[in-house]
Ligand binder design. Structure first.
Ligand code: HPA
Length: 264
């Protein structure tokens, strides 16, 4: 698969790989693209079934930093496989990426983080019982250390980037639920007691896969709604997309500033 990438973007060696979450794919407009390759052309890359996820690998530059952007992820809930992103993340590592930058849409468990707020992920709770490394054999590094899985130094730089462009950015713990149904209010009350600040259906498995592949991780969540039961009313994917669209410019500014100074 990396032969295909090398053929479309000869000599291109990305430093940072990025995964863009629901409704946040427009960040690619900020990438000066060298090549855009549909996942369908790349063996081992996922089929995405969520319409707000485009399914392209975009190679190019943000400022001086060479990046490989995965525009769209596949989720555990799509086919019941937690390792959907394994091939794509391994490809990023093999291409030379040292860091995986992730974005996602999430539900907020905190009233002081209303929809539209950003949160740098400092740690996660895997509440699914699944792991993308199920089946990895002995001798293949399956006992991955998860201390500081979200790199503290890179997270500080992400927060500094947000400050520089005047975008408020919280810090907190992300809890991974498998979806695709939203959580119940009781599950969200439990998640709060467990120490979670935001809830979503992605990101944690990609972090595990990235740490397994030797990549550092830094991640930014966009709150698209209050989690179930925090405020009256139902939840829907439409709201996720609508709020993500509105806040996408803030996310883009933070990511661009982070990436422009990445090598500095
Ligand atoms: N729960 C799970 N995933 C989400 C949510 C939520 O409330 N909002 C956006 N993604």
């Amino acid at each position: 698969m990396n032969a295909i990438i090398a053929q479309r973007a000869p000599g291109f060696r990305p430093k940072v790989g990025a995964i863009l979450g629901s409704g946040l794919g427009s960040f690619v407009e900020a990438v000066k693209a060298v090549a855009v390759i549909p996942y369908g052309d790349l063996p081992g890359f996922p089929e995405t079934t969520v319409s707000s996820h485009a399914g392209n690998l975009v190679l190019g530059h943000v400022g001086p930093t060479p990046v490989a952007v995965l525009q769209g992820r596949a989720h555990y809930y799509e086919r019941g496989r937690a390792d959907e992103m394994k091939g794509a993340i391994q490809a990023l590592a093999e291409l030379g990426c040292e860091t995986l930058l992730q974005t996602n849409a999430a539900g907020s468990l905190r009233l002081d983080m209303p929809p539209g707020s950003l949160m740098a992920i400092t740690d996660h709770i895997n509440f699914t019982g699944a792991n993308p490394l199920f089946g990895v054999g002995p001798g293949h590094g399956r006992f991955v250390d998860m201390v500081d899985a979200y790199d503290p130094a890179l997270t500080r730089r992400l927060l500094a980037a947000a400050k520089k462009v005047n975008v408020a950015c919280h810090e907190g713990v992300y809890i991974w639920f498998c979806g695709p149904s939203f959580e119940t209010p009781a599950e969200i009350r439990a998640a709060r007691i467990l120490g979670a600040d935001a809830v979503g259906m992605s990101t944690a498995p990609e972090t595990i896969l990235a740490r397994h592949a030797g990549l550092k991780v830094v991640a930014l969540s966009l709150m698209t709604n209050y989690a179930a039961g925090l405020v009256p009313g139902p939840l829907g994917h439409e709201q996720t997309i609508a709020v993500a669209k509105e806040a996408a410019q803030n996310v883009k500014r933070v990511l661009c500033t982070f990436l422009e100074s990445y090598g500095a």
